[in-house]
Design a protein around this ligand. Sequence first.
Ligand SMILES: [Zn+2]
Length: 341
Amino acid sequence: MRAIVVYGVSAVALVGLGIGSLFIGGSKSTAPDVSQTAAAAKTGPVEATAALAPASKVQVMAQAPAVQPPQPTPMPRLAEAPCQNPGALGVARVVEIDTSGGPGFGFQHFKAYDFLNPGEVVFTFDDGPWPGNTPAVLAALAAQCTKATFFSIGKHAIWHPEILKQVAAAGHTVGSHTWSHADLSKKTPEEAKDEIEKGMSAVHAALGGPVAPFFRFPTLRQPQEMVTYLEGRNIAMFSTDVDSFDFKIHKEDQLITSVMSKLKKQGKGIILMHDFQHGTAQALPQILADLKAAGFKVVHLRPKSAAETLPEYDAMMSQEIKGGTANAKPTNSVVRTVEGN
Ligand SMILES: [Zn+2]
């Protein structure tokens, strides 16, 4: 009986919302089971069963075209321009990450997956996109034909979508880093969820396309409840192996020395830097040159499929990205040149 009620309601709701295709495939396959359940569970009058699961509803299900369950969105792959710098650091290896189940990386917090070989590094840049600094980081990476992962703050992405688009267009991986860089350990679970989802949808809206299901907690504070949440959302979490502390070390030469000495000590790792920081943007060309000279190899991370952002947050962010001008008339119908060129 209970199964039939749920089935009947689902059918009505799905057909009513016009989103039957999302679930009908699954329901269709369970239809024979439901009818068996009906036969086996005649605890009430047959008439009541008929009223709850009218034949017409079953008919709708039966006639629906066979639909595959929703498939993950593949990440777009860009055609790579040939590297013009024969002595470039380059990319030694590209790894694809299956984010189902929300794996964690970076030994500072996650020790399950030791995927880097000795001498291999992964560049990660947080807190952008930001005018001046992010383009400078992109230029330094491009000069060495190498690739990185960017963990963008949602608000910054909404403010500077054109810069974030440049990051993606250069072939880097773009993940998210909450909406407003909130310390999630100080938020309620509901607030923390909003921070995560708004951040991801903001990056999605700014890019105008898929965002990687890659996430880094602000200030690396990782409440267990949110780790569990991200696991359920199939979002990979990234801590770090080598924290550059570039938000504290602003002098270029000190930052270069700090990063290189930590890396040489550890021998490999995911390096945490900030494209938001001016000092990092300035120091990066030398850091890359030193890494090359020291024989380090760069590993580029890519997700197997795109993040599944949530529609309610996407709707919120598509309004944000328009800067509250969603209802504005076309500019040329409001402002018209009447004199001059
Ligand atoms: Zn940050």
